[in-house]
Design a protein around this ligand. Structure first.
Ligand code: ZN
Length: 126
């Protein structure tokens, strides 16, 4: 295992269980309508925020699972786009990073979602 990386598998699994613990968010979405209009507005806002949170968690969970499978199958820490090594510093901060910082920045500029990169990566690997 590469030095300085710590244990990415453990970090990934911890994070994965964190983002899949969404019961609180689901409860917030499921709350019933209130008769009080002000309360209803507040609840709608909470529900919206919870929905955004769930979406974000679902995306993150997908990225984390992909990173775990890269650890198992090889290829972890290698950029899916340019196949350069992802920097240790970046992996320490974002253990599920699928792209090196340069490709990530390019992807951000192109407004292309990480999911699409992941799909490409798996398609290539298969
Ligand atoms: Zn790259």
């Amino acid at each position: 295992m590469t030095d300085g990386l710590g244990n990415p598998m453990q970090a990934l699994q911890t994070k994965l269980s964190e983002v899949t613990q969404t019961k609180g968010l689901r409860d917030a979405i499921a709350v019933e309508q209130s008769a009080d209009p002000l309360d209803t507005t507040q609840r709608a806002l909470e529900r919206e925020m919870a929905t955004v949170g769930l979406d974000r968690n679902a995306t993150l969970a997908r990225q984390i699972r992909a990173a775990i499978s890269r650890i198992n199958q090889g290829g972890y820490g290698v950029c899916l786009e340019c196949e350069e090594s992802i920097s240790q510093k970046r992996l320490a901060a974002v253990p599920w990073a699928a792209l090196c910082i340069h490709c990530q920045q390019r992807a951000d500029r192109a407004n292309r979602s990480v999911d699409e990169w992941l799909d490409d990566g798996f398609a290539t690997a298969a």
